[in-house]
Design a binder for this molecule. Structure first.
Ligand code: FAD
Ligand code: SIN
Length: 515
């Protein structure tokens, strides 16, 4: 089956939805989610969205904090654009129905997180992402030009490759004509004039992650296979404080805003340790805090450290952190009195599909926004709460670019239907589930917070075996979401290892004992 739409949007988090709402004023939109519309990383965001709202904060201060966190290898033009457009984009989210907390004087109640020199994080209690997702989902569902496809798994982008032509990476001639989408066991050809990849993160290449199970790097892997330019994949951010509970997947996040409100990190025998590592103590940038915790756990042999929230008043805990309070209580921890056991967990991919200041990728008519994209905003490490902002800013800009001349574009003809010839049903799920576990073990043990040349080489050698086995299985199996996700995870893990191997220097989130 083949369908046509002006705009194909893969992903229903903040990046996909902001873009969809804007381009829908200019044509038909297909918005695709691989599970339900609401199941995204966006939904789980806790801390909030950073934006300059009131003095004494200024754009310059937010710009400086972003550059400092990114070890100055950010793209400065992109940093300036993002921060200077922050107020306007946040106001738009508010106009679209998002509620952020206010204080008794009616001003937005701003939180502070690691690396921020001012209080500038707008939030809705400790479930900001849920609130943003709610507001956007309701607008999307009511838009007459948007067709939502849930439980629709995008397999691959369609380019000249599918017409039998050879395309080169970095070649200027590659074009995107839409995507193959798996739905109800059928592969549909979705032809589009413009395609937006907004598929989010890659956390599930690791054993422990804050990311929901949908975060398997699909968009990144399919863009890489289509020969788009990808960058900065070595910069994987580990959030310092996820709730210690090895039985729980994904790991539950304890927002950095708690440290902004006064919570401090301590060893299991009650000693504060962060000032040994940075002058900002527990509020140092994330890369430094995560490495410090990793080091303290290695020194002590402990499986977790403590976050002590007891200096925060009970009223503030209940008003600002009700979700964390309820979650911890279920685990027998009363955070108005007790310390919280925490460990770092894979959280965010700073690199991704390279885009310009209008979200354009190196492939014609293909855009990327949100966590899957690399705009250059984050450099070597993302400043907390800058990612929801980045998605809003660049989805807006991508929409401005996408609608130009849309009425004059034609759909590509002669695109072949998905070729399933010679494939059979894979009856041994173990071949997929076990490879996924092996992959996550390789990445966790050899490509984690601290790396070395020998560990990276070992990771690549091990990955090669799983890669070949999976490609063979993929070629002969009837297509399924499980085999596609495994293949995507492997592609993305390969990129992280490759980029980490090429970076012969410790900087930001890439820390190697050899440099
Ligand atoms: P997502 O919101 O992850 O959406 C991805 C979409 O792509 C989903 O709809 C999914 O179904 C779809 N998709 C993926 N693959 C396919 C496929 N093959 N076919 C079809 N659809 C597909 N950032 C902040 O700025 N502030 C915070 O406070 C904050 N807190 C966070 C807390 C947690 C627990 C986590 C995990 C992240 C947090 N982040 C935060 C990061 C931020 O939430 C994400 O970077 C951001 O929400 C990503 O948005 P997105 O639109 O790019 O992707
Ligand atoms: C958090 O609330 O600590 C997460 C913020 C972020 O990832 O930006």
């Amino acid at each position: 089956m083949s369908v046509k739409t002006d705009f194909l949007v893969v992903g229903s988090g903040i990046a996909g939805m902001v873009y969809a709402l804007k381009v829908a004023e200019h044509g038909s939109v297909y918005l695709i989610s691989k599970t339900n519309l609401e199941e995204t990383s966006t939904k789980y965001a806790q801390g909030g969205i950073a934006a300059v709202m009131y003095s004494p904060d200024t754009y310059d201060k937010h710009i400086e904090d972003t550059l400092k966190a990114g070890s100055l290898i950010n793209n400065e033009e992109i940093v300036r654009i993002t921060i200077k457009e922050s107020t306007e984009r946040v106001k738009e989210l508010i106009e679209w129905g998002t509620h952020f907390d206010k204080d008794s004087s009616g001003r937005y109640n701003l939180a502070r997180e690691g690396g921020h020199s001012e209080f500038r994080v707008l939030h809705h209690k400790d479930n900001t992402g849920f609130e943003i997702q709610r507001a956007l989902t309701s607008k999307i569902k009511n838009h007459k030009n948007i067709t939502v496809l849930e439980n629709a798994f995008t397999i691959d982008l369609i380019t000249q490759h599918h017409l039998g032509e050879n395309v080169r990476r970095n070649g200027k001639n590659i074009e995107c004509y839409g995507a193959y989408v798996l739905r109800d066991n059928n592969v549909e050809t979705v032809l589009a004039k413009k395609t937006m990849i907004a598929t989010g993160g890659i956390g599930n290449i690791y054993q422990t992650t804050t990311n929901p199970i949908i975060a398997t790097g699909d968009g990144l892997a399919m863009a890489y296979r289509a020969k788009a330019i990808v960058e900065n994949m070595e910069f994987i951010q580990f959030h310092p404080t996820s709730l210690f509970n090895p039985a729980e997947k994904p790991s539950f996040l304890i927002t950095e805003a708690m440290r902004g409100s006064g919570a401090v990190l301590k060893t299991q025998n009650g000693k504060e340790f962060m000032y040994k590592y940075h002058e900002l103590g527990s509020l140092a940038p994330r890369d430094i805090v995560a490495r410090a915790i990793d080091n303290e756990m290695k020194l002590s042999g402990d499986e977790f450290v403590y976050l002590d929230p007891t200096s925060i008043s009970e009223k503030e805990i209940l008003d600002h952190f009700p979700g964390i309070y309820a979650k911890c209580l279920k685990q027998g921890i009363d955070i108005t009195k007790d310390c919280i056991p925490v460990v770092p967990a894979a959280h965010y991919s700073c690199g991704g599909i390279k885009t310009d200041k209008f979200g354009c990728t190196s492939i014609k008519n293909l855009y990327a926004s949100g966590e899957v994209a690399s705009t250059g905003l984050h450099g070597a490490n993302r400043l907390a709460s800058n990612s929801l902002l980045e998605a809003a800013v660049f989805s807006h800009r991508a929409a401005l670019d996408s609608v130009k001349g849309i009425e004059n574009l034609r759909f590509k003809s002669n695109i072949p239907a998905w070729n399933a010839e010679g494939t059979v049903l894979n009856e041994e799920m173990i071949l997929i589930t076990q490879s996924k576990k092996e992959l996550q073990s390789i990445m966790t043990n050899y490509v984690g917070i601290v790396r070395s040349n020998i560990r990276l080489k070992r990771a690549l050698d091990r990955l090669q075996i799983i890669y070949q086995e999976t490609e063979d299985l993929y070629d002969k199996s009837i297509i399924s979401e499980e085999i596609c996700e495994l293949r995507n995870l492997i592609n993305v893990a390969y990129l992280v290892i490759k980029f980490a191997t090429i970076r012969k220097k410790s900087i930001g989130l890439h820390y190697s004992i050899d440099y």
